[in-house]
Design a protein around this ligand. Sequence first.
Ligand code: FUL
Length: 511
Amino acid sequence: MLKRIRIGALMVIMTLSSLCSLYAQNTPPAPYGPLPSENQLRWQQTGMYCIIHFGLNTFTNKEWGYGNVSPDKFNPTHFDPDQIVKAAKDGGFKGIIFVAKHHDGFCLWPTKATDYNISKSSWMGGKGDVVKAFEDAAHKYDMKFGLYCSPWDRNSKYYGTYKYIQIYRQQLRELWTHYGNLFEVWFDGANGGDGYYGGANVTRTIDRATYYGWDTTWAMLRKLQPGAVIFSDVGPDLRWVGNEQGQAAETSWETFTPVPVAGQTAYGPGYVDYAHSPTGTRSGKYWIPAECDVPLRPGWFYHEDQNDKVKTPEQLFNIYLHSVGRGAAMNLGLAPDMEGRLYKNDVEALKGFGDILRKTFAKNLAEGASLHASNVRGNDFRQYGPRHLLDDDRYSYWATDDSVIAPQLVLDLKGEKKFNIISISENIKLGQRVGAFAVDAWENNQWKQIAEATSIGNLRLIRLPDYVTTNKVRLRILKSPVCPAISGFGLYSEPVKYISRNEKGTNSINN
Ligand code: FUL
């Protein structure tokens, strides 16, 4: 009798424990490391946008105005924000950030905080508001809108004192109150130096660690623009990638632990050790992905002698692969000319770039493939099966049991497919998990490795050194501290005509 009870109890325990283990594998994987906020997720989906520099410098042929030029100099003859924003849209961009005030201190909206503003210009009889004009154009073309107002102000006689911080905050308050919902607010690290400063014509240095009181300003921003991400050298939402070539590092983590410059204890915009900015930090303390800014021309502002130095569509596509394709965002600088329009070469370059994007990503050649994973979490194919790699849901994903951290997935392409770009993404709502992966193609009755890379994050695009034709592809996760959660996989073919030719006349792909 006692024996029977014991056996019965044992069976109950066994059933319970197998139920438990089944349950355990059917619960979603635990998130790994810091996670993106809702704003960051939205930004990550935006992916590419343009920053527009248009102000007094446009008319004085300068990159950094000294702060002493008369507002009357601002006099575009055919200002056409629609033409500018539409050109960005044709380039595939999804938003614009307008530079409302650059280092020269000239405000492109009728601010009450300083006289050095557009209302003091005779343009439009002092009734112009360039910020508003760009906001309206963005709205019209269904583009997101963001703003940059330079902390450094070479015009203000108060720069360097607390009074300037009050003025600066007043400017920000106006911008964050009257120009709609901003998707991003931009801050840069160029702080202090020589300037006009109300006629003082001196050099002013500030303590970058304390002068601006960023915590207070950013708290104000969170209140006035709760949907905006904050960009600066160190975040808190997006980090500067550390160069103005638009290049994230080959390994670029979405997480980042900012480190102070040697010999300092604090970090902030303008005083951080930039060595880590292009790569970020594996399993870093914060989710602070990189934004890669790069001007379409050599300079950020318009200069006539750069009209023939506009980047080509192919160069822009390269930048795209090295920014968006490395889990970061691409922020391309546009420079309207003295008429107040984009020069024709710029418009053509944008259109050409947009065409490459549209043609290359028109069709995912992995679509319709049958998928065979070495493991599916809790055998729950509906929830965690590999079919989620090819569906339209950005966040549905293939996951494995917790114990399986190096799984493989074979895609039977149902016939030969020719491609030169591989795309893969993680469900970043569960953090950045994978540390390395490889892709193989089935060639001559065996697997041949065609790609190997490290970070994935929001998106990883790999452009192969040559086109590959195959009917089977294999993804191998090589390194992951926890079970992977992969949400997308794609194979794409870049139209041959866009691939630059080397001297011998054969096609070569610039990686
Ligand atoms: C930098 C500035 O100094 C440049 O003039 C430009 O505005 C660029 C986008 O940011 O920090």
